[in-house]
Design a protein. Structure first.
Length: 247
């Protein structure tokens, strides 16, 4: 039975991982290393990788010496990630709209555009509230998002990508401030159609989501080398925010 949200269907298929199998994991690992060097977490820090997928980034953080818990809605992804668990690396199926462990984490990471998927605006607020509730006092939240301004200006409307004998036909457009990607392909003797939808949040929009849940932005970066954010030409919008203490 098809589920309400697009990501509940698409992310739990083998074709999602097939289409994106060539992600630059070396670049991702360098980003993690740059981020950890910048944050300099104490060795005993507890880190949550929120929407961790198959856990590659959580695993790399763990290899750097930290205790990490990765959570994701996809049972298929968590089943794969769980094979790499150890004493200081755990994985669980979890919906990011609900707090995972209240006041438990020193750092929460949401990386590689794993936000903005929800149809209902209130769900975005629920995610931010769950982040705040999961952080300890003065804990740090890192959100790695796309730079919506650049995406809008450089959008490739159509392309075809072949991966392992499957040809994926991809159409992109901006509709109602949502970046819509439609993916069509034939596999297992059937035609398949999936969509990816990401709200085109800009910096001011994310600031407005952070403020009500006491997340205060303390730094803004524009790429995985952690250069400063520039709205016109930065590839990413990476926000570092701190949970304010109660007044």
């Amino acid at each position: 039975m098809k589920k309400e949200n697009w990501f509940e269907n698409w992310f739990d298929t083998p074709w999602y991982h097939q289409l994106y199998c060539n992600h630059d994991f070396d670049e991702a690992n360098r980003f993690i290393e740059n981020l950890i060097a910048y944050l300099n977490p104490p060795n005993q820090s507890k880190i949550l990788d929120l929407a961790c997928g198959k856990g590659r980034h959580a695993m790399h953080i763990n290899r750097l010496g930290y205790s990490v818990w990765g959570v994701d809605l996809s049972e298929r992804s968590i089943s794969s990630a769980s094979k790499s668990e150890n004493e200081h690396l755990k994985f669980s199926v979890h919906d990011m709209r609900m707090v995972f462990k209240p006041s438990h984490f020193d750092y929460i990471f949401n990386l590689f555009t794993s936000f903005g998927y929800f149809n209902a605006p209130e769900d975005n607020h629920r995610v931010m509230q769950s982040v705040c509730d999961g952080l300890k006092s003065e804990g740090i939240f890192v959100l790695d998002f796309l730079n919506a301004s650049k995406v809008k200006n450089t959008l490739v409307s159509k392309e075809r990508i072949t991966k392992e004998d499957i040809e994926f036909s991809i159409h992109r457009q901006i509709r109602d401030n949502v970046i819509l990607k439609e993916i069509d392909f034939d596999a297992d003797g059937k035609h398949h159609h999936f969509e990816e939808r990401v709200t085109a949040f800009e910096l001011k929009d994310l600031e407005a989501l952070f403020k009500p849940v006491r997340l205060s932005i303390i730094d803004t970066f524009g790429n995985y080398s952690l250069d400063k954010f520039n709205e016109e030409d930065s590839d990413r919008l990476i926000l570092v925010a701190q949970k304010k203490t109660d007044q």
